[in-house]
Design a binder for this molecule. Sequence first.
Ligand SMILES: [Zn+2]
Length: 390
Amino acid sequence: MITRKDFRELAEFEGADPDCAITFYFQPARPSNKSHREEAILAKDLVRQALREAEKNGRNLCARADLQRILELTGEWKGNRSKAKAVFACSGRNVWQEFDLPPQLARTQLFVNRRFHLKELALLMGGQPRLWLAVVDGHRARFFDLYLDEVREREALFAPLSRRGRGDGFAGYDAGHAERSVNDETLHHFKNVAEFLKQALDKGSFDRLIVGCQDIHWREFETHLHPYVKKRLLGRFAAEVGSVTDQQVRQQGDRILQESLAQHRHDQVCEVLSQARSNGRGVTGLRRVLRSLEMGEVQTLLMTENYSAHAVECTSCSHLDAHMVRYCPVCGRSTQELEDVCEAIVPAAIRRDVDLVYVNEEPDFERVGSIAALLRFRPGKKKSVAASAS
Ligand SMILES: [Zn+2]
């Protein structure tokens, strides 16, 4: 599985030639669709076509070698692949990175460019927290972590069988007393689990939490959760500790995560629109977004999933401009045209730890240009400079 470190390193890559960085995404057909083989054939055609084009323009042996290797890779795929795949290659710089991904890409695609095409990967990884699922009942707790479709079971906690077990057949044991002990033990167990979660959060083991728990236990357990832990709680589902499977953990975790991400995206769109309207911590439209990115002001970059725009990039200082100017307004050197400005801003955002949010079906957002940014701080004085310049 791909890590954030891998992701950053890919974003830092810049090739020597405009067509030496190869990005290949393979999306298998959905299991409901029977054409698995066809997906692999389509992928092969895509690579063959790129190879023919590379041969036609006669240069860049490096790209041709990489495309050939990708073609061989797709040839090895027999039968059904359930995972998606991403390959990043530049043999001239000794880069060959292959990653298995959850089958959630929009489609199979191939890009030949100066940089790696990271938008699809950013879309997949965007907002993916380190997620823990705690499945809890009155005397047991199991912990799972879920990252990009992969479930791993971690520790488990079991309350020791003390009076609860022995009490059943223990002659002369006061029934009311036994019941009270059970409650005490459950209480003690919930406190232990809550404390364990707090320590795990303090250690940075997870960012977000989902709890699997039956209704009868939930109300009591919830009261013991530390307020910090509670803030990280995305939701709850009903589950049995003894019988819960990895499959259920993945499905429930994914469902609750997707719902909460959709809500979060919507909240951020509302936030950036209202901030932009009040001249506060928000800007909309490509021109202002590029300026804020260059100033290092951007905290969160929002764009529609299919956002694309022409722009120019300075060959010397890397300044990006939404106006198609031949010479850089900053340093005066020549510029080159970018077919899609995302080629430059997505890696730049990843390198600078800017959160990327891809927005879907938000008409108000599309009306202001389909791209916007939440800023770390209010632009202040710069704002009036920008206003007088425009
Ligand atoms: Zn420049």
